[in-house]
Design a protein around this ligand. Sequence first.
Ligand SMILES: *Cc1c(COP(=O)(O)O)cnc(C)c1O
Length: 492
Amino acid sequence: MNFIETRGNDGQRPTSITFSQAILSPMSSFGGIYSPEYLPTLREDFLNDHVDSGYKVLAKDLLKAFEVDIEDSVIDEALALYDKFDDPKNPVPVVKVYEDLYVSELFHGPTRAFKDMALQPFGKVLSAVAQSRGEKYLILAATSGDTGPAALETFKNRDNIQVACLYPDGGTSDVQRLQMVTEDAQNLKVIGIHGDFDDAQSALKTLLTSEKFNEALKVHNTSLSAANSVNFGRIIFQTIYHVYSYLELVRQGAIKMGEEVFLNVPSGNFGNALGGYYAMKMGLPIKQIHISSNNNNVLTRFITTGEYDLRDASVIPTTSPAMDILKSSNVERILFDMFGAERTKELMLQLDAEKFYALTEEELTQVQAVFAADYCNDQEGLEYIKQAFEVDYLMCPHTATCFKTYETHAKDKNIKTIAYATAEWTKFSPNIALAITGEKPEHDIDALKLIADQANVVVPQQIAELFDKPISQKTLVDKQEIEAAILEFLNQ
Ligand SMILES: *Cc1c(COP(=O)(O)O)cnc(C)c1O
């Protein structure tokens, strides 16, 4: 299958490209992104045939439906990385929390957040494709917390790929920072900056237009790629767990095969929700997809009013920082799939120019046939964490936002909901400690102990060992020194 551009073609780039080209160079004409030219549909018996196949077999057959131009052996090696999850036989456990509410846990990988679900296999695939072409790629990442650790972990010591990762010093949790600064590999560079996440991100943008930087890339025969969720190489791995979670409900006897469910997705850049949308279009029996946001509720307003409005919006820091996002990149792929390239280009260019666009009545009706949304503020989130803990379920503040949307859109409808848990409690421990004990330790290490005692759980080894590992990434710079730091890394 080939990939085409969400904003149409500029007459210079190829009109359609292969999967491997789309993952190496994910940016397309007019600032758009690549999307599959059509969505495969699952053959009639697909779900029945896979009730008892494990995660990897299911994944392989789903990838086959997309007809990607990646060798089987590479796919096998990439999918084998799920064997490093807590339970290789069941990398995505689905847990019943309330009568109709099941939580699918996407955080059992090496960095304890859902980014591993896609980045683990993606890192292997991207490196293999670069190697087979004899090309070198640099991945620039600005992270507010979860993407950085997961990207570093997956590309560590991989051939033909280098990663430079910027994080705001003081803007991540202790655990997230340690996950990055303890990564020790020749091909990784972690740079803390004095500033916030926006500073890190705008520094990256400036870098892309810097002559000196582009000259240096040329000298080193290196091209830029991206590991954020505009890269379809991540999205493709995010359709799998939606199908797996559905089949898990069938296996548990919670639903009958073919019975419709709600998905409920804590959303930021909309990659996770997009994976659910694709699964639905491919034929997974989904009644509706519920989008959960925090106080940065642009997505909720978009889905309820049809207006994407950033005119007065600025990012509000919340207890679910991975969702503190205003411009949700993957919404563009929904617009493209529903309304086509011409309309998508019109809307997205209007968003760039006026920070606003509005769907027509008809378009909104189409969106609302698939999606509903709500948002959850920090106080409500703490309350949901506490309530869930009373029935012995420990969850993170991102996951908690789903519980609000469940109440407003799913409760008492007699349809099962699959909500997604996107991070383990260990990554956002001070606020979880606050929710369940009333006490908020300043440092993660104290919060982890407090929760472990209170909930009678152990801190997993991947997190516990961080506090004793040597710090190998010590670079900490001002904004204007970022370029020099990255050039020095390239020149090593
Ligand atoms: C990245 C992330 C999200 C948001 O996922 P999107 O695919 O960007 O919508 C939610 N929760 C956590 C913990 C994350 O790391």
